[in-house]
Design a protein around this ligand. Structure first.
Ligand code: ZN
Ligand code: ZN
Length: 542
């Protein structure tokens, strides 16, 4: 049963259950869309597992991207279970858990492509896949009902940065054993052809390093370790030194170097404060913020608020990542500011400085043909991606009844020679907002939306129940509705409306009067301004 990542891009989590045994694949998080006001990030709804806590045996992680590991700290605070990850992925998990003060409480195990691990009735066999981060795996999981293959995020890069292509031999071996179900990455299922190799980026990096008249600032995700390696490799040929900026980039590259996944010769690496000593043409700064994140270095450079770095004339900035849908506005505003400060900025398709880490249609077909599963389940993607992927599988001869296009919360049951789609398990977005987890739901979200539209107006007054009228003058408090100094007249008339509405029959209950005032005030404000601020009324005893 998928608990996250199906019907959306992000917060991936799938569970496999047999008898009293459950294993969890990935525990990701997702960034909010722009209408989810104030939300920091979103977790999968793992409510289904709460009743079955003692059955959960392990979490298996496919790779170190946040949409696969970002929910782990929260998950482990509820479920005390071991986590399995490859070396680099484990390193990234440790950085993340330390940040969230969960590292001491976590039980981490390292597994590697080629291993076979027994967990309860399951045998788990991670196999190597190419993706935009090294040390990614897909999983072959032998269950008493048959072999399930979960692809993880993957592509079939024949010339990957680390020289280690997707293990098709292992897939062929799985195929020989007979595959019950294939769960395969659908992120790029609407892209024809094959995804270009990471190697094509070398040309773009060469060109830009040749042309850039001064310093080159490259922004990307801090987890794109292979991208960092490519930049380093090309920079070396252009006699440029490397400086790393941004906490997560510093931590991740440090960890990846220690573990041997990132090779930066010592003499190439310089500190931020050494930059000034070098001619600008000999400097590359690798940093975070390619999504316009407000706290990241790139935005601080754009706004001139970084403590040691400033954009200067002849700087070239390259955004080497695609913009996640929903982040366009903030990203473009950062880009505009960088231009304003005099930098030359390369971004988007025209920069040709990003390739996807996910397989396109021809690669997806190859995997389906190689494995010839009895059942096919497209995973990882919005509904349109899942449907496209299902179409591909059907074209390759898999019967429609053997393909399950499902979204989060739909259990699939395999018993012998049938696949059944069960009733959906209730689930929702779990919003994380500051230290609140799950307390902020759809109601709060729509209240925030209303407040954001026109602000609020609150009337505070003293009410004499016996007399059935107001005592003294009402106070009108407002935020985000009108600029108070310029709206004295409107607000004083609003006060009159409140007073009138508060003259009622003797003995009327305050709650009734509040409602009456609320209605009168709302309609007055709407008539005057054609806006609908949130109106509240508070009466105190006179
Ligand atoms: Zn990924
Ligand atoms: Zn992913």
């Amino acid at each position: 049963m998928p608990l996250g990542g199906l019907g959306e891009v992000g917060k991936n989590m799938t569970i496999i259950e047999y008898g009293r045994n459950i294993i969890v694949i990935d525990a990701g998080m997702m960034f909010p869309e722009s209408d989810m006001l104030g939300v920091d990030y979103i977790l999968p709804d793992w409510g289904y597992l709460r009743d079955k806590k003692e059955f959960v045996r392990a979490v298996l992680i496919t790779h170190g991207h946040l949409d696969h590991i970002g929910g782990l700290a929260h998950f482990l605070s509820e479920f005390d279970v071991p986590v399995y990850a490859t070396r680099l992925t484990r390193g990234l998990i440790e950085v993340k858990l330390r940040e969230e003060r969960m590292l001491e409480r976590a039980t981490l195990h390292t597994y590697a492509a080629g291993d076979a691990i027994s967990i309860g009735p399951f045998t788990v066999e991670p196999y190597h896949v190419c993706h935009s981060i090294p040390d990614s795996v897909g999983l072959g999981i032998t269950t008493p009902a048959g072999l399930i293959v979960h692809s993880g995020d993957f592509k079939l890069d024949h010339t990957p940065v680390d020289g280690w292509p997707t293990d098709q031999a292992k897939l062929a071996e799985f195929s020989g054993r007979g595959v019950l179900a294939l769960l395969s990455d659908s992120t790029n299922a609407d892209q024809p052809g094959s995804t270009p190799s990471e190697a094509v980026l070398n040309d773009a990096f060469h060109q830009i390093m040749r042309q850039a008249p001064g310093r080159l600032i490259i922004a990307t995700f801090s987890s794109l370790i292979s991208r960092v390696q490519q930049v380093v490799n090309v920079a070396q040929l252009h006699n440029r030194k490397i400086a790393i900026a941004g906490r997560s980039m510093v931590e991740n590259t440090k960890m990846a170097r220690e573990l041997g996944y990132l090779d930066i010769p010592k003499e190439m690496l310089i500190d931020l404060d050494e930059i000034e000593k070098l001619p600008p043409r000999q400097v590359v700064i690798i940093t975070t913020g390619s999504q316009g994140e407000p706290m990241a270095v790139l935005n601080r450079l754009a706004t001139g608020t970084h403590r040691s770095l400033q954009i200067q004339e002849y700087d070239t900035v390259l955004l080497s990542s695609h913009t996640i849908p929903g982040n366009e506005e903030t990203t473009y505003s950062v880009i505009n500011r960088l231009f304003q400060k005099g930098a030359d900025v390369y971004y988007g398709h025209s920069a040709q400085a990003h390739v996807s880490g996910h397989a396109s249609q021809e690669e997806l077909k190859l995997i389906i043909n190689l494995l010839r599963p009895s059942y096919f389940v497209p995973v990882h993607g919005e509904l349109r991606h899942l449907v496209q992927h299902a179409k591909l599988a059907h074209e390759l001869g898999i019967a429609k009844k053997d393909i399950a296009v499902i979204e989060n919360g739909y259990p699939l049951t395999f018993d012998g020679d049938r696949m059944q789609i069960g009733k959906r398990v209730p689930g929702d977005y779990v919003f994380v907002d500051g230290s609140l987890v799950g307390e902020v739901g759809p109601t709060v979200m729509s209240q925030r939306d209303e407040l954001a539209q026109s602000g609020f107006v609150t009337a505070v007054a003293r009410y004499d129940r016996k007399a059935g009228k107001m005592v003294g003058k009402p106070r009108i408090i407002t935020q985000g509705f009108v600029y108070v100094p310029d709206a004295e007249d409107l607000l004083s008339r609003a006060g009159d409306v409140v007073r009138q509405a508060a003259s009622v029959k003797r003995g009327t209950a305050p709650r009734k009067v509040e409602e009456k005032i609320e209605r009168a005030l709302s309609s007055f404000l709407y008539q005057e301004t054609r806006r609908k601020p949130v109106v509240t009324v508070a009466l105190t005893k006179a």
